[in-house]
Structures are given as structure tokens and as C-alpha cells.
Design a binder for this molecule. Sequence first.
Ligand SMILES: Cc1cc2nc3c(=O)[nH]c(=O)nc-3n(C[C@H](O)[C@H](O)[C@H](O)COP(=O)(O)OP(=O)(O)OC[C@H]3O[C@@H](n4cnc5c(N)ncnc54)[C@H](O)[C@@H]3O)c2cc1C
Length: 486
Amino acid sequence: MTQHYDAAVVGGGVGGLLTAIRLATAGRQVVVLERNTEPGGKLSTRERDGFMFDTGPSLLTLPSLIDDVFHLAGTSLADEVRLQRLDPSFRYFWPDASTVTFRDQPVATAEALDAFSPGSGAEYLAFLAHARQIWQVSERTFFAGDMASPWSLLRRLRSPRDFTKIDALRTLQARGKKMFHDPRLQQWLGRYATYSGSDPSRTPATLACIAAVEADFGSWYVVGGLGALRDAIVRVARSTGVEVRTESEVIAIEATRRHVTGVRLAGESITAPVVVVNADAEHLYQDLLPDAKRLRSVQQTERSTSGVAVLVGVDGRTPHIGHHNVWFSRDYAREFGDMRAGRVPADPTIYGCVSSLTDASQAPAGCENWYLLINTPPDEEVATRDVGPWLLERLAAVGPDLRSRARFAEVIGPRDLAARYRSPGGAIYGTSSNGRSAAFRRPAMRGPRRGLFLVGGATHPGGGLPLVTMSARIVTQLILRSHRQR
Ligand SMILES: Cc1cc2nc3c(=O)[nH]c(=O)nc-3n(C[C@H](O)[C@H](O)[C@H](O)COP(=O)(O)OP(=O)(O)OC[C@H]3O[C@@H](n4cnc5c(N)ncnc54)[C@H](O)[C@@H]3O)c2cc1C
């Protein structure tokens, strides 16, 4: 059986679905082919015994980017989901029992920081002024288009000052030392490297802009869980005529020497002059359209970190916590050193999300849905069998002791992420941002044949919901420019 579309999207992750909506609203017939039983990719959920967990993203930033796509489809994010801007946004805890709560307003956060560490409030406000500049320049340069080569970026810089402003030559860790006298806040800033699965001592200080984005544009929750966002994206895609097919694994991309002609599934072919790959680039060049040179180049880029998540159904209420919590490790350098050596950190920073504090629908009455996450190397062989009890013990040493109240503790490790999303090593964000050239070494959005494009965390500009949403915008521009409708 053969069917024809204007574009076939391989993979129904957020990047693939949003690209499909953009193409459909530009008049194209689009099919999204997802191998799993449900679309959404890493934006996924798990329900157990009345507890709901977001197993991928738990924090939404820059929802306006998704709203832009929904507007093209004649609706809006506010019409499709109930968004809640969190205040406080994050609670941070250190092993010395000190703690600080970040608020939704920078001035309120600065006041909290002054009480936490005198003088740090002014440092924080000065830091935000710096980080806002990075964001403003990055938005109109790095995030404005394709990154086929360093020239693509250089062409978009207005002046050499733009380059200075994005702070790409310094590391995030060095920037932290320059801006904050308190080592705890240096560690806090370093945490933003992990938003792209990277190491603060190796990632460019450009990533400091994420802290400004969170402070200025908010940390958001979607009522009903982030899964409600996935459902809305799928609904909007279907309303624009996109055919979203699940349990539809693409086994090959069909192409002549010059251009793609479609995709092959078991027992079926789809012809299309445009194929957009939302799957990982390693899978593309290894299996779907074998290309030894490109595969080597992809394999030479450093993967982002993976992670081990522990989903815990907890009886009762826990005092002094918030929706988003971070228990920092004693020594960040050692934590990332462990990961470089291929080990699960002995003393990990623990992220804990308890969305039932904001949204009672996420846990049975009187209970809490704890989602714990630690960073690990991107390696499917990382042993996760005993991580559940071990992580609850680690948490008890630095924070709340959930052990006697835990109804269950279910572990999702790198091997699960790799198997579910075909993400090599279980890497969460595609390739890392480690090193000055990382931004230019991501697999290109234009594939080696005419009509072949890449979108999502494995290509420009990287992983995380805001970035894959931008990826969908940029790739659609490339497609529409090179494939005008006859
Ligand atoms: C544990 C975890 C926590 C995270 N936390 C956050 C957070 O708090 N905030 C945030 O913004 N981001 C977070 N992220 C990152 C975010 O989820 C991802 O960057 C984003 O969802 C990736 O989207 P994508 O477009 O790259 O597609 P992916 O989600 O990678 O989806 C790709 C899809 O392609 C499918 N596929 C692969 N091969 C084939 C094939 N041959 N045929 C058909 N289908 C195929 C896969 O099954 C998959 O569904 C987190 C991710 C994880 C895993």
C-alpha cells in the first residue's frame, strides 16, 4: 500500500508535532509517524494507583512559543490548557541545611537572597541584567535561524559587541564565580548547564540566559500535568488536518542519490517530497538512511547527560517543600567528575517535583506525587536496579525522609529512556552544550538529500521544550523556503 503526503514526519515528539502543525497551517498535507503507542515523545506521563507523574518535562518555560504555533492554527494555549505561573518558583537546599526560595519577581528573590547571604541580592540583580542581554542577543541571532556553520551565526550578529554580550568564551562556572561571592550561588548558577544536559565547568556562560528567562517570563505548570500540554498539541495538530499515526515505526527513508522520495514502514510505503526526522540523528544515519560519514560525525559529538528518575507515591504531607525543589550535592566538581568517568554520582544533586502541591488531581487525597531526578552519564549500561531505595536514603540524609511513607518507588533509567524514545545512551537533550564549538557541532537541520530535514533535541538549537519549539519554527522556515508549493 502506498499513500502520498506533502511531508512525512518521523517521530511524534514535540518538535515533530509542532513542525507538522506549522506545515499544515501553510497548506501542506502532513503525516506524523510515531512508533510508540502514544505521541509526545519524552513529554510523557505515568499513572499508578491514583498518582500521576510527568515522566519527562515537569517545568514549562516560555509557553508563549507554543502559543505562537497554536495561533497559526486559530486557537491559543490559554484556550487549550490551564496554565499556572508558579510563585515561589524553586526551593533550593544545601547539605549545610541552608535554604533559599526563589520567587516569581526578581526583586522578591533578591530580598530572599539578601537574607540568605548578605550582599547576594544586589549580585543577583546585576547578574540578571547581564543574563537578559545574553537572552536578547541570542534570541535574534542563535535562535533566529539555522546553524549550518559558524557563519550562520556571525551573519546574524549586528556588531562584535553582540558576540561579547553572549559571553560564549567564558564557562558558566567561571561566570558564577565572577558574579557571586557565595559558593552556594555559584553552584545555583551552574545548575542551568544541566537544562541542556551539560557540565557547568565546560558549558559556555551563554546558558546563563536561562536563569533570566525563568526570572522574567516565569516557571509554568499546566493544570492536569504536562501531559495535558501533550494532549493539546496532538488535538491542535489533528484539528489542522495533520494525520498523527501511532504504532507506526519508520524502518527506512527512501531516497534517490539527490532527494528523498518518502519513508518505508512494515508492509507500507509513504511517498513525500519532504521528510522531517524528529528521531535522533544517530538512528537516522545508522538505520533509516545509512551514511557512514555523518554517523561518525554524530557519534563524535558529546551526548547530553541522561538521568535516573524515581517516581514515589507518598502518604501524607511533607513540610517546607515546594512544587520544584533542588537538594544540591556537596561538591559539584566531584558530581560532574563522576559522570565524566561514566559513574552515577556518589553524591548527586537531587531534583524533586511535587506537582500535587499545586494540583490536587495529581495524587490521591492526603498524598503527594514525588518525582525525583538525578543526572547520570548517557550510558544504557548504568546500573539502576537499586537506585530507588538508595536515592530515598540519600534524600533522607539531606532533606525529607520519605521511606516510611512511600507506597512505591518506581525507577526509570537511561536504558528505559533509550528504549522508549530511541535516544542513544538515554541522553535526555540530544547532544550536550559542553565546549565552545558544541553549538556548531549539533547535527545539521538540513539532511544530505534534498527534502530531508531534522528537527528536535538532536539538532539545532538543542533540547528542552522551548528549544525544540524553536527548532520546529526554524525547520519549517527552511522547508517552506526550499519547497514552495506548485
Ligand atoms: C526525564 C526528563 C526530564 C525533562 N525535563 C524537562 C523540563 O523540565 N523542561 C523542559 O523543557 N524539557 C525537559 N526535558 C526535555 C524535553 O522533554 C525534550 O527536549 C523534548 O520533549 C524532546 O522533543 P523532541 O522533539 O526532540 O522529540 P522526542 O521527545 O525525542 O521524540 C522523538 C520521537 O521519535 C520517535 N521515533 C524515533 N524513531 C522512530 C522511528 N524510526 N519511527 C517512528 N518514530 C520514531 C520516538 O519514539 C519519540 O517519540 C526532559 C526530558 C526528560 C527525558
